[in-house]
Every structure is written in C-alpha cells, then in structure tokens.
Design a binder for this molecule. Structure first.
Ligand code: HEM
Length: 428
C-alpha cells in the first residue's frame, strides 16, 4: 500500500467542511495530507472553531511565522506538559512534582534564554565533530544488522531503527549502553506527553517514567561533576554561562531539560526516518533501483525521505501579542500549529509534492528540521546517521521486500510526531 492510499478517516477530510474536521482524530492522523491540501487551498491560516487553534499550512506562511520568534513564541511548555489544549491534569502534576521542575531551555525557550542554552548545546553538534563520526556510525549499523540478518526477516523499527539513534546518543551522553532499555521507555514516555492523543492512564504512567528519567540523570550529572569524561553530560555540567553575562553553572532543572530534549528530539524522529526511507523505497521499486545503481543519490534520497515523511509533522507556537500571519489576524495568547508536514507537500514550493522522488532538485529546502532560530540542532547528526546507514542496509539486506500480510502501515496517532509503528521486512 502506498503511503497516500490509506483508508479515509471516519470524517472524510476530502469533502466535509473544514470546521467539522477534528484535526486530532487518530484516523485523520493516519493520512493528514488530504486535510492539509484543503487547508492550503481554502484557508492557509485557519482558526479551528472547535479548539481555537490556528493552523498555518503553506510553506511561505510557515517561514513567515518562524522568522518572528519573539512574536510567535516557542514558550508553549504548559500546553506541552498537559499534552492537550485542555489544561494541566492535577494527578499528572502530582506525579511530576516528585521530580524536578523543568526550565524552558532550547525548544521551549525564546531569546535571550534560547540563545544562551543553544550556544552551549551546539558545541556538541559541530559539523566537524559530526563529520568525524562516519566510521563509528557504520560500525554501530553493522553490529545491529548482525543481530538479525541471518533470520531473513525482521520488524525493522524495533530491530534496527530504534537502536541506531539511541545507541549514538547514549554513547555521546556518556551513559552506559546497558541502560538503553530504560532510555527507550523514557523516550516513549516523553512522546506520550508530547502527543496529546493518549488516555489518562498512559499519561500517568508516562509521568512516573519521566520522574524516573530525572532521578537517573541527576545521578549521572553528579558522577560527571565529580569525574568529568569526554562526553556531552560532562561538557554541559562544567559549561558556564559567564560568556552570556551569567557567571554560574547550570542547575538540575536546566540540565535535565537539555538532556530530555537530546534524548527525545533525536530518537523517535530519526527512527521514524530510517523506517520511512525503506518503506518508501520498497513502495517505489523504480526509485529503489535508482538508488541502488547510483550511491550518489543517497543524500538526495535522505532529504526526500525527510520531506515526504516530516517526522515532526506539526509544531506549536504561541502568539505573544496581537499580530497577523499573511494578513490573517491572530490574538495574543492564541495557540498556533505550524504544519511542517503540510509545508513539505506544498506544490507551490515542491512541484508535484505528493510524488516521492529521490532526485528532487530542492528536496533539501524541506521544513522537516524546522526553520529559523529553532532549526534542529541535531540535523547534521541525523543526516549523518541516515546517509551512513542506508547504503549499508541496502547492501546487506538483499532483495528487500515487505513480509506478506504482516504490515498494516499504521502511523502513530501523535499530532506532533509522525511515523509508521512497525515495518515487517524480508530479505535474502
Ligand atoms: C530526522 C531526525 C530529526 C528531525 C526530523 C528533527 C526535527 C526537528 C524540528 C522540526 C525542530 C524544530 C522545532 C521547532 O520548530 O520549534 C527540531 C529542533 C530540535 N532538535 Fe531535532 N530533529 C531530528 C533529530 C534530532 C537529533 C538527532 C537531535 C539531538 C541529538 C535533535 C535535537 C533537537 C533539539 C535540541 C531541538 C531544539 C532546538 C532549538 O529550539 O533551538 N533533533 N528538531
């Protein structure tokens, strides 16, 4: 089944009035593209009368929003923590209060605080540092493939895609690989908290896990404070903010916030992208043949996969004052969804945008890593992982195909993060 041929949601987004569509409907989230197309055509800036949320869906208008970070703020932490637009759940807060309050650092901070934290964290992801990681990423890739290649089949996301980014980030942070099982659980918990489409029990369980994550990393912070090693936690613990006119080290709330973002922002997104890359290639045998025949197409294929999937399909902003987006008035305090997944399917920027094309000229101008001051800090690392892993996967998993009858191609019902839940592959 091709990605855009999935069953239509219960309310048919192709025909029903925009005002009657529930943008959080898990069925709609399976295939949001007909809805996005209608938003772009009929109401590129659209205030949903049911939720009050303002959607921005064309490429150019998303850029307009992202160019004004002080007007369209990333300080959306309260809505994020509640995971919905309906307010903070008291039981959830009671659990979270057993841990540390989280300071807004990068993703959820505005300048000048954003600039300060971003400078410190960016040192871990310099182009030079990431460029030197090729052999190491290749080794992790090969070691992971060794664990399942002899079986001739695998569920690719759990066998490979989840582990590659998690191993790389655990190593970079200086945390033992033996703790990775717990990292996965914590990362999932943050995804539940972010997603806004989960029941209360799942959210309370996620809150418990988040407190567990905090306790674990407070211990690691103390270890690295006493005995610094060559890793990101040590760098962050010992970094000081004096360059920014604030002569002190970061406290737990700041450090935990940064570590949480590095753990979550990079894992699920990269795992989804690795999975989607193989899904799209197998779904498009002509493109698979082209990539196999010409390895120079790999970087373009990676960009096209990021564009086509857009793992961070939507992202929040909050208006700090009355303003306009493309002439459409928005009020101070209104919640805004910048719909990166829609901007990436905008024909005005990407001709024939619903076609997956590994040789697309301008694929790299996609919005999958955002745009503006919050552009993904891990973009070069994610690209490195994908550009390194795909050729090895395509070389070692011969005659790559879907396992008969095992794939539902269901996407996670998450408003922010997009990706298929499982991908059952067979190979020779
Ligand atoms: C394919 C993989 C990835 C995708 C699609 C992705 C996507 C994004 C997007 C869209 C943003 C901007 C959010 C906004 O507009 O507010 C972002 C920011 C961020 N990403 Fe990524 N990301 C990926 C990988 C990573 C990795 C590997 C890391 C780190 C290890 C990372 C860490 C972050 C952080 C810390 C931010 C916040 C930056 C800031 O606000 O200044 N991401 N990412």
């Amino acid at each position: 089944m091709a990605p855009d041929d999935l069953p239509a949601p219960t309310t048919d987004a192709r025909t029903c009035p925009l005002s009657q569509i529930n943008a959080f409907d898990p069925d709609l989230l399976q295939d949001p593209y007909p809805y996005f197309a209608r938003l772009r055509a009929e109401a590129p800036v659209f205030r949903d009368p049911n939720t009050g949320i303002v959607s921005v869906s064309t490429y150019d208008l998303i850029m307009e929003v992202n160019r004004q970070p002080l007007v369209f703020s990333n300080d959306f932490a309260t809505a994020l923590r509640s995971g919905s637009t309906q307010g903070v759940d008291q039981d959830e807060m009671a659990i979270l209060s057993k841990g540390w309050p989280v300071t807004n650092t990068m993703l959820t901070a505005d300048p000048p605080a954003h600039t300060r934290y971003r400078k410190l964290a960016a040192k871990a992801f310099t182009f030079k540092r990431v460029e030197g990681m090729g052999d190491y990423v290749a080794k992790v890739t090969n070691d992971l493939i060794d664990t399942f290649v002899a079986d001739g089949r695998c569920e690719f996301k759990s066998a490979f895609a989840n582990h590659l980014p998690m191993t790389i980030i655990a190593d970079s942070l200086g945390a033992p690989r033996s703790d990775m099982g717990r990292f996965h659980q914590w990362s999932d918990a943050f995804v539940v908290q972010l997603g806004g489409v989960s029941d209360k029990a799942a959210r309370l369980d996620a809150a418990e896990k988040i407190v567990e994550f905090q306790r674990y990393f407070v211990d690691r912070i103390e270890e690295k404070r006493a005995n610094p090693t060559e890793d990101i936690i040590s760098d962050l613990v010992h970094a000081d903010l004096s360059e920014e006119g604030d002569p002190r080290k970061m406290d737990y709330s700041e450090l935990l916030s940064i570590l949480q973002q590095l753990l979550v922002a990079g894992n699920e997104t990269t795992a989804h992208s690795l999975t989607a890359g193989l899904y799209y290639l197998i779904s498009n045998p002509d493109q698979l043949a082209r990539v196999k025949a010409d390895p120079d197409l790999i970087p373009g294929f990676v960009e096209e996969t990021l564009r086509y999937l857009t793992p961070t399909n939507n992202m929040w902003r909050v208006a700090t004052r009355d303003a306009e987006i493309g002439g459409f008035p928005v009020k101070a305090g209104e919640m805004i969804l910048v719909r990166y997944g829609s901007g990436n399917r905008d024909d005005a920027h990407f001709p024939d945008a619903n076609r997956f094309d590994v040789a697309r000229d301008n694929a790299r101008s996609h919005l999958a890593f955002g745009a503006g001051i919050h552009t993904c800090i891990g973009a070069s690392l994610a690209r490195k992982e994908m550009v390194t892993a795909f050729p090895i996967l395509l070389d070692r998993l011969k005659n790559l195909r879907f396992q008969d009858g095992r794939n539902t191609f269901r996407y996670s019902p998450n408003i922010l993060l997009r990706g298929v839940l499982e991908l059952h592959l067979a190979f020779d």
